[in-house]
Every structure is written in structure tokens, then in C-alpha cells.
Design a protein around this ligand. Structure first.
Ligand code: GLA
Length: 381
């Protein structure tokens, strides 16, 4: 993302002066989907695509915000009743409110922002936006909030202002990202470890199905509810089980008659997925990409058949990729991308084949994104 581009729009829309520029990335996740809100492990990394924003304190109690991509301008105050209607502005408003709730003293500012992380493609454009503003406001107003709390501010913004009961993965990756490294994060304790990620002989590429599920937020919240239902049932017999992360298949079987068939299936997926992340970490330490690949397929299968967050288009892309490397649906699902680790020598053939066959079947091309694992939230100038 070009700083000069954002700066030129900021100058044009406000009084001609400049402010400070901040950026935060989107993320990929190698494995560990829908495990974060189950207290489990995830394995994300920040990417070289994200949001860039320029901000300048304006001496008033109003935020004046311009979305360069949407060409939309909104002005709002910082009190609860000032919540803007435009959904993009609610992310900024939510971050402001969550900082204020934590004792941060912030005031009005002018801002313009733009992004090159595609919206709704499963790469966490919203976390990139939240992290950009959480990081920037904390820095500009000297709020003294640590990075863990900055990630939680983004997550709370989703919960309280955007209607998505998400886990912590996306915001954590966006704030803590490190170039060339994935992060193994324990979503219960927030202990994390950086893993160098240099898949020799493979290239990382995302294929965007360009499918956007209309009701993705409610379907997502629904999955989370299923997990909570199963935990409540298991807890009656095993009080120490706080999250599905603490459960195993035999505990799940004990409550099979008490939970719905759908909730059972969803919990079965999560219990398997929590273990798969740990298996993949071990395999990566030994450079064993065969096992990494096998686990990614198991994840895809589980997300498609048990958790039911895939779709025909993503399953199709997954099938094509099987011959060329390893792949699975990434992020929350309900459309969006597959993540593919493709053997170097097969890369060109794979991309061409995927485009051609997808076009024949669905009448449109998938989008192709090469991604590089990059740094997290930061000040650019
Ligand atoms: C979305 C959410 C995350 C996580 C993933 C699925 O990206 O924001 O918290 O639950 O889905 O792994």
C-alpha cells in the first residue's frame, strides 16, 4: 500500500496539512480454524497486505473520517450515542470507544485510510482496520495500552459494535505479526511463539473464490453457540472443561444423546482441529511438509463436512489443488479463500489450471494473491 497515495487524499480532504501514518496487516492462518474462541491454538501470520491510515488531532471532540476506497466521509462524536451508521466507520468508532472504556484519553482527529487487503475474502480486512486505529490512537494520545490489550480492543470492537463474536486470532496476528514468521498462539493464555516460516520448495498462494456469504456473521455466531452448548453439556460431568480445547472425543461421546447432531459434529471438528495445530507445529520443526499437507486436508474436510463453513466453490478449488501441493479453506469460511502451499515447479501450471477450470464451472475467475509473511501494526511516518 502506497503511503503517498493515502497522504495525497488526506491533504485533499482536510486542511492541506499532514499527520502521522500508520499501517496494520491482514493475516493468513496455516492451520487452526475456529479454535480461537474454543480456547485452542492457532497458527497465523501477518501478510504484506493491509490498511494504511493518516491521522491528525483536530482540536475538537469530533472524528472526521474519510474512506478513500469507498469515497465516503463520516463525522462522529466519541460518546456511545454518537455511533455512526456506515459499517466501515463503526470499526473506527468501536476502537475509540474501547480505548475510552480502558481509560484512554482521546479526542477528535481527522483521518483518511485505504487498504489493499480484499474485503470479505477471509484475510481479516476488518482486523487490519481495527489494529491500525488501535495502534495509532494509543501512540498519538500516549494511552500506554500494551499490545495484548490493543488486540483485545479490536476483538471487543467486533463484539460490541459489529455483531461478530469472533476470537482473538485476527487482531493478535495483525498486531504481533513478524516478517518471515508464523505465530503459534495459545488463545486461552495468549502465550505465543514465533516460528520461522520458509517453506523451501513451496510457494504460498491464496485463491479467492469471490463468494461472499450474505449471512456470514450470523452463521459464524451460530457455530460459536454450538461449541458453547457442547461445553455446557460436558461440564456437567467434567467441571474442569472450560472450553472445547479441554475436551476429548470420549467426553464428547458421553454427551452424544444430550446435544443436537449438528452441535456434536461441530464439536468433533473442533476437538480434532485443536490437536492438528500441535501436530503441524511438530511437523514444521522437522521440515515434514508431507504431514503439514495431510493435516491441512483433514482441516479442509472437517470444515466442509463437519463444521459446514465451506461451499461448493471452495471445495472445487480445494480439489484442483490436491494434485499440486496442499490446500484448505482459510479463515471463518462461508466463501473467501483457500490457502495453498504449492510446489515451486507446479506453481504456474496450478494457477492456470485453477483459473481455467473455475471459470468453466462457475463462469468467473478466482482471484489469485501471492502473499508474503510481514510485520504487524506500525507507524510508517
Ligand atoms: C474469523 C474470526 C477469527 C477466527 C476465524 C476462524 O477470521 O475473526 O476469530 O475464529 O474466523 O478460524
Amino acid at each position: 500500500m502506497d503511503i503517498e497515495f493515502v497522504r495525497s487524499r488526506f491533504i485533499k480532504h482536510f486542511d492541506g496539512s499532514t499527520g502521522s501514518v500508520y499501517a496494520s496487516p491482514g493475516r493468513i492462518n496455516l492451520i487452526g480454524e475456529h479454535t480461537d474462541y474454543n480456547g485452542g491454538f492457532v497458527f497465523p501470520g501477518a501478510i504484506d497486505k493491509g490498511m494504511v491510515a493518516e491521522l491528525k488531532i483536530n482540536g475538537t471532540d469530533k472524528v472526521r473520517a474519510y474512506s478513500i476506497d469507498l469515497k465516503d466521509y463520516v463525522e462522529f462524536g466519541l460518546n456511545e450515542e454518537d455511533a455512526p451508521r456506515a459499517s466501515w466507520a463503526r470499526y473506527i468508532f468501536g476502537v475509540c470507544r474501547e480505548i475510552i472504556k480502558r481509560g484512554g484519553k482521546i479526542a477528535g482527529f481527522n483521518t483518511a485510510f485505504a487498504g489493499d487487503v480484499p474485503l470479505g475474502a477471509g484475510m481479516s480486512s476488518s482486523a487490519a482496520l481495527e489494529s491500525t486505529y488501535a495502534f495509532a490512537l494509543n501512540d498519538m494520545f500516549n494511552c500506554g495500552i500494551d499490545k495484548f490489550e490493543l488486540a483485545k480492543i479490536g476483538q471487543a470492537t467486533e463484539h460490541n459494535y459489529c455483531g461478530v463474536n469472533c476470537g482473538i486470532m485476527d487482531q493478535f496476528a495483525s498486531v504481533f505479526g513478524k516478517a518471515g514468521h508464523l505465530i503459534r498462539l495459545d488463545c486461552r493464555s495468549l502465550e505465543y511463539q514465533y516460528f520461522p516460516f520458509k517453506p523451501e520448495g513451496y510457494r504460498l498462494v491464496l485463491l479467492d473464490s469471490v463468494v461472499k456469504h450474505e449471512l456470514a456473521s450470523s452463521a459464524y455466531n451460530d457455530r460459536r453457540k454450538s461449541c458453547e452448548n457442547v461445553v455446557a453439556a460436558i461440564q456437567k460431568k467434567h467441571p474442569h472443561v472450560e472450553f472445547l480445547r479441554d475436551a476429548n472425543m470420549s467426553m464428547l461421546d458421553e454427551v452424544k444423546e444430550e446435544v443436537s447432531a449438528e452441535d456434536y459434529m461441530r464439536a468433533e471438528y473442533v476437538i480434532g482441529e485443536v490437536q492438528r495445530v500441535l501436530d503441524v507445529c511438530d511437523a514444521l520443526e522437522q521440515g515434514d511438509y508431507e504431514t503439514v499437507g495431510q493435516k491441512m486436508y483433514e482441516t479442509h474436510h472437517g470444515m466442509s463436512k463437519l463444521y459446514e463453513v465451506s461451499c461448493e466453490e471452495l471445495d472445487f478449488l480445494n480439489d484442483i489443488a490436491k494434485e499440486c501441493g496442499v490446500t484448505r479453506v482459510m479463515g471463518g469460511g462461508f466463501g473467501g479463500c483457500t490457502i495453498n502451499l504449492v510446489k515451486d515447479e507446479l506453481y504456474d501450471a496450478f494457477v492456470e489450471k485453477a483459473k481455467a477450470e473455475y471459470k468453466t464451472k462457475f463462469g468467473r475467475l478466482p482471484k489469485v494473491y501471492d502473499v508474503v509473511i510481514a510485520d504487524g501494526a506500525r507507524k510508517l511516518c
